[in-house]
Design a protein around this ligand. Structure first.
Ligand SMILES: [Zn+2]
Length: 268
């Protein structure tokens, strides 16, 4: 998925995976963390100012609210590391700035037990908590972790979101639960324009994914529990991407996804 730094900062969520090469993912993770706590950015989009106290302290490498999580054993980042470097830290308010941000590079070295230990914290984060998982290959993370994070794939060129796709994604996420089965299936027509381009369809699905991820993030910020259907929807969107990548039937895959997003999957 390609998104610019400003569009990421516009409506930040609380858990991200940046998938890409070491330098690139760390650069974006750092810029994002810096931007989140930048005192001159406030709630708008825009890049970190590099002049405020937070930005300057960040550049000095001693930011009190931005943490680099590392493994203390050769086996990787383990349960004990998660406990001492993340869970305990999350229990207290930020020292001075708006967010406590945990940058977990080489996230694929998180042991499965460590990932499980993190689940509850990611699912019900403190309103100031932000997790940035940086990994070369996202599929090395457990699906339960994946479904709770916004996935940003680097390597594809960073670009601004397509507004038409964004609008359709929001429309679906807002309304599909109230639609009856015929209305739900009729939405397929809106996807037909992407049938011939795997890339556009991939972007469209990424946009849809982001719409649901945002709802989960916003619920977390308001300290209300996220709708279980949102997590199911994210799983359904990911599944559809896989099916289409393997050249599955386009219409069938999209219709099935729409039915699952509408909450009708128990009946099909
Ligand atoms: Zn700043």
């Amino acid at each position: 998925m390609g998104l610019s730094l400003s569009s990421l900062l516009k409506n930040p969520g609380h858990a991200y995976i940046f998938e890409g090469e070491a330098d690139e993912r760390l650069a974006l993770g750092r810029a994002f963390a810096k931007g989140l706590n930048c005192l001159n950015r406030l709630d708008g989009p825009g890049e970190p100012c590099s002049q405020c106290l937070s930005c300057r302290v960040f550049e000095s490498g001693n930011h009190p609210d931005i943490f680099y999580v590392t493994g203390t054993k050769a086996t990787g980042i383990g349960v004990e590391d998660v406990r001492t470097q993340i869970t305990q830290e999350m229990a207290t308010q930020p020292f001075k700035y708006r967010y406590k941000i945990f940058i977990i590079d080489k996230a694929e070295t998180l042991t499965p037990a460590a990932q499980n230990a993190l689940l509850k914290t990611i699912e019900e984060p403190a309103p100031y908590g932000v997790f940035l998982f940086l990994a070369t290959h996202v599929h090395s993370l457990l699906p339960t972790v994946l479904s709770r994070c916004v996935l940003i794939k680097l390597g594809e060129k960073l670009r601004e979101p397509d507004l038409k796709q964004e609008a359709l994604a929001e429309e679906i996420a807002d309304n599909i639960v109230q639609m009856d089965i015929l209305e739900t299936l009729a939405l397929y027509k809106r996807f037909e324009q992407y049938k011939e381009s795997r890339e556009s369809m991939g972007q469209m699905l990424d946009m849809l994914y982001l719409s649901y991820a945002r709802r989960i993030n916003q619920a977390a910020k308001r300290n209300v529990s996220a709708n279980k259907l949102w997590f199911d929807s994210i799983a359904a969107i990911q599944h559809t991407k896989q099916v289409l990548a393997q050249n599955g039937n386009f219409q069938l895959a999209v219709e099935l996804m729409l039915l699952r997003l509408s909450g009708a999957k128990e009946n099909i």
